[in-house]
Design a protein. Structure first.
Lengths: 420, 535
């Protein structure tokens, strides 16, 4: 027994010391503890809202969980599971919202970045030609019109019609406002985009937009596993911003923010990227933005996954990082407004169901996930759900309309505009 | 370090998907449960290939079916179909640290009870009725809102409350709340022959869950003997769990973001103390005195390894602290939690008594600044989420002592520290730093002498399994189940023969998690060999 020298094993185990990510290592390291399915027990507030993984809660079997994806990843890596063996494989892999709830819990419990394994697995599937048929319309839309919304390229800039804002295809500006695909093609969201531009201008900033020539950020492509296509968009955007002599990029889209802030630096981006909430919060702190009107409303805040826990740069032992406080601080500073927190917040937040290509490919599951969140929001007694992402906003609005709920949905910029 | 032992013969090879027998079983299961609750897709069954942390120690094998029953009637249907169509089955709920449910034979059906997730709390009579897929954290939070405490048997908050209770858990409040097995009141189970049995007061009908024993002989042994929580003799579908008074708030206030989350309770709710000892026997003496004085709600002994892994926020931090010897200076420390269960005066009184007891002991309170730094990350874990995340993070299967001597040390500690109960041990869970060796003394009438040879043999067997895990590089955890014919004879117990008789009576086709815990062939072979030797 003494010859076994377990201490040597421990000290030399690279999975323990000097952490680095490796796909097989993380998958093998899964101890099937089930923490990826539940919110942090320290933050659990009821039996009803105890779960964190939408797919496991909805579809029940373990294949629909991070734990299951670790097993499937290993089976594929080991050649035990052929793509053709399983009629359910693609659905299982792609129905995940990539919300990262499992990831936060597994980082908390086991120093493991399980979402990276899921995303890498998707990239591997795409590489192997295993493409989900439901993704084809979205991919076609990107290839033909450079957007994820099946809209015409010519219509992309309509949201800004009539706005006095620099056209970055012809002019230069210090601040690029990236509207994103969803805001550009969803008329309900246009007021948010217009209000954001006005807000930035009122702050004295030199703002410009690309209008119909703006390109998709590529976030959805990355989450769906299309790394090559993502890179194309990242590099094109970076080049365009360089040509426009921009000094910073601002967006209201959490998906876009995540891609531009977390991924683009690997593609050569050197500009700072801000989500509008960070920008507003900073101005409030500097006393450069003051609210003059009361907004008498009870609201609850939904943490968009890409703005929240998915922003984390993992380092074992470090707090999971996300833009959690800025939106809350903004809401708390609006006169008359009362913030009522939902049970699952920050790193424990329940997803809106729109991420990872799920809204497009699995609309029923996407709506179910959103409905769970809307119910949680209603249970706070709030008049409105406030969020900071157009995808979340639309998914909630669709469900509310479908169910006939009375709760309203706002982007945080809308409330800021009301209070100014 | 938690090491169970198992051995099983896995019939290797890919499952024979699509043959006639498969189709017949599939059709029958679909008819019983509905198409949406029966799976045989290779990607789905792949995710039930292994249980707990035993992928190296037990050759993994995919089950052929995964089913999602909704209650006792569905389980009954599955069990009866299994006997009729002769397919093996097992059950596992949240799976945390679980072992002994993965397939070892063809046509295996894994029962996943995720639809069985109902929780009901009777606040007046202080119990919770739980189904298998209700987590400890769910019970705890709903109970706390009603001023009640779920004595989580030191499993994580994510663990099945039902499974953890029937698997004989112990907990840091055990001296006050009793062992988990004694907190089980009414039980509903489906025996391997398909009969539904309701025990205790539940047998009287009218949904009476308040009492655990009787009528007649106590049948609760069926729910766990042997490893019965995994379905070798029965499948437990619902239990009532006793709850205790909780003086604090329903929702505990936390600060920070995981993994640096802290929780401090108000001083008028709970007070925590840590008393350091050089010799664990002196610590045990204090624990005994605390029991005699009838004070405290949480009493547990921590050693350096446990202190480090509860405190650390990453694996690296844990091992760095360990190698620096940071917590070694605390030697063996007794954690005491005093709760204001009845009043603030009671809490003040208990603190006063504790201080007198400590003064009379050979221990000393650890420095306040160290306690203040350590406690916010650790102590309320005993209420919320005991032995969870951090036990999962740290390679709990890795012996902290050079040369891997912990198994022997722990067995030795068991003999030294817990007489005479070590004689009753059927399995030993050695945990360095506090637990020494928890000896689970369940149902071993007429236990014989425990010999040094038997002890060495057990230790060697455990270490062999352990080494295999290390070799296969999955030593980050290691939980294996113990076959009764291997362990009981080591202690001179005839329990394996009793188990054999019950198994054969209830499970004539040997389909209830066969071959692993109650291995009919092996026990009969053993009996034949003994008979021949005698002759």
């Amino acid at each position: 027994v003494s010859e076994n020298q377990p201490d040597v094993y421990v000290t030399k185990n690279p999975r323990i010391y000097k952490y680095h990510y490796d796909m097989r290592g993380v998958a093998e390291d899964c101890v099937r503890c089930s923490n990826c399915k539940w919110v942090d027990p320290w933050e659990m507030k009821s039996q009803r809202y105890a779960r964190i993984c939408p797919i496991n809660t909805h579809f029940l079997v373990d294949a629909y969980s991070s734990q299951g994806r670790m097993d499937i990843a290993l089976a594929i890596l080991d050649g035990r599971l052929d793509y053709d063996d399983s009629p359910m494989l693609l659905d299982i892999i792609y129905v995940c919202d990539t919300c990262g709830g499992c990831d936060a819990m597994c980082k908390r419990n086991g120093d493991r970045e399980v979402l990276r394994v899921s995303l890498d697995l998707r990239a591997q599937l795409v590489e192997a030609g295993q493409i989900l048929p439901q993704h084809m319309p979205l991919l076609d839309s990107l290839r033909k019109e450079d957007n994820t919304m099946m809209g015409l390229r010519a219509d992309r800039g309509k949201w800004a019609d009539g706005l006095t804002v620099k056209d970055l295809t012809r002019e230069t500006a210090e601040v690029v406002f990236h509207a994103g695909c969803h805001l550009s093609f969803n008329e309900d969201l246009w007021p948010t985009g217009r209000a954001t531009v006005k807000l930035l201008q009122d702050m004295g900033l030199d703002v410009g937009v690309f209008g119909k020539d703006e390109l998709c950020c590529g976030c959805k492509l990355y989450d769906m596993g299309y790394r090559g296509e993502y890179t194309k968009y990242a590099e094109s955007n970076i080049d365009a911003w360089k040509t426009a002599k921009a000094k910073m990029v601002v967006t209201t889209c959490s998906d876009g923010y995540w891609a531009m802030k977390k991924l683009y630096p690997q593609n050569g981006l050197e500009l700072p990227v801000y989500h509008i909430v960070e920008f507003i919060d900073q101005r409030i702190r500097e006393n450069k933005l003051k609210f003059s009107r009361s907004v008498p409303m009870k609201v609850t805040y939904h943490d968009p996954c890409h703005l929240g826990r998915r922003m984390d740069d993992f380092e074992p032992g470090k707090e999971i990082w996300g833009v959690f406080d800025a939106p809350r601080d903004i809401l708390k500073s609006i006169p008359g407004l009362e913030l009522r927190e939902m049970e699952r917040i920050k790193e424990n937040a329940w997803c809106c169901g729109a991420g990872g290509g799920v809204r497009e490919a699995f609309p029923e599951h996407s709506a179910w996930t959103a409905a769970e969140r809307v119910s949680e929001a209603i249970d706070t007694g709030a008049d409105a759900i406030v969020t900071a992402c157009p995808w979340c906003e639309t998914n909630f609005r669709d469900v509310i309309e479908e169910r006939g709920d009375k709760i309203k949905v706002y982007d945080i910029v809308d409330l800021v505009s009301m209070a100014l | 370090l938690i090491v169970f032992i198992t051995e099983s013969t896995v019939e290797e090879g890919k499952m024979p998907y699509g043959d006639e027998r498969h189709e017949a079983i599939l059709e029958a299961l679909v008819e019983a449960l509905g198409e949406e609750y029966v799976f045989d897709d290779p990607a789905v069954v792949e995710c039930y290939r292994r249980e707990g942390q035993s992928s190296a120690a037990m050759t993994p094998m995919n089950p052929e079916f995964v089913v999602l029953p909704d209650g006792a009637a569905d389980i009954q249907a599955i069990v009866r179909l299994a006997a009729e169509l002769k397919f093996p089955y097992s059950i596992s709920s949240t799976g945390t640290l679980g072992a002994g449910s993965a397939a070892t034979k063809p046509y295996w059906c894994w029962i996943d009870p995720k639809r069985m997730n109902r929780l009901e709390i009777d606040a007046k009579n202080m119990y919770a009725i739980v189904e298998p897929y209700v987590s400890h954290a769910q019970v705890s939070v709903e109970a706390r809102k009603l001023g009640l405490y779920n004595a989580n048997p030191s499993a994580g908050g994510q663990t099945s409350c039902l499974a953890n209770h029937i698997a004989l858990g112990t907990q840091t409040s055990a001296f006050r709340t009793g062992r988990a097995s004694r907190n089980i009141l009414g039980v509903e189970m489906v025996l391997a022959n398909g009969d539904i049995v309701r025990t205790g007061s539940l047998a009287m009908g009218d949904e009476q869950w308040y009492w655990g024993e009787g009528p007649g002989p106590d049948l609760r042994g069926f729910i766990r003997a042997h490893m019965g929580n995994l379905g070798a003799l029965s499948i437990t579908t619902k239990i009532a769990v006793k709850l205790y008074p909780w003086p604090g708030p329903g929702i505990l206030k936390t600060e920070g973001i995981a993994p640096r989350k802290q929780c401090v309770l108000p001083d008028d709710v709970a007070r925590w103390f840590m008393v350091r000892f050089d010799d664990p026997l002196d610590g045990i003496e204090l624990m005994r005195e605390i029991g005699k004085a009838n004070i405290g709600m949480i009493v547990a002994m921590f050693g350096p390894w446990n202190m480090a892994h509860h405190y650390s926020k990453s694996r690296q931090e844990h091992f760095e602290l360990w190698e620096q010897g940071f917590f070694h200076r605390f030697k063996y420390s007794v954690l005491v939690g005093l709760w204001a269960v009845t009043s603030l005066r009671q809490l003040d009184y208990e603190e006063k008594v504790l201080k007198i007891l400590v003064e009379q002991s050979k221990g000393e309170f650890i420095d306040a600044d160290l306690m203040d730094a350590w406690a916010p990350y650790v102590v309320n874990r005993n209420i919320i989420d005991p032995l969870s995340s951090r036990a999962q993070r740290v390679p709990i299967g890795t012996p902290p002592k050079p040369g891997g001597g912990i198994v022997y040390d722990s067995l030795s500690d068991a003999k030294r520290l817990i007489p005479p109960h070590d004689d009753l041990a059927l399995w030993v869970v050695p945990i360095d730093g506090g637990h020494f060796a928890m000896v689970s003394a369940f149902a071993a009438p007429g236990a014989g002498d425990k010999t040094p040879e038997a002890e060495a043999s057990l230790g060697k067997f455990m270490m062999t399994a352990f080494q295999k895990n290390m070799k296969d590089k999955v030593a980050d955890g290691n939980v294996l189940g113990a076959p009764i014919h291997r362990v009981a004879p080591l202690y001179g117990s005839p329990l394996h023969r009793v188990a054999l008789a019950v198994k054969k009576a209830l499970d004539m086709e040997n389909v209830a998690n066969p071959g692993r815990f109650i291995n009919i062939e092996e026990i009969e072979k053993q009996a034949q060999a003994a008979k021949e030797a005698k002759a």
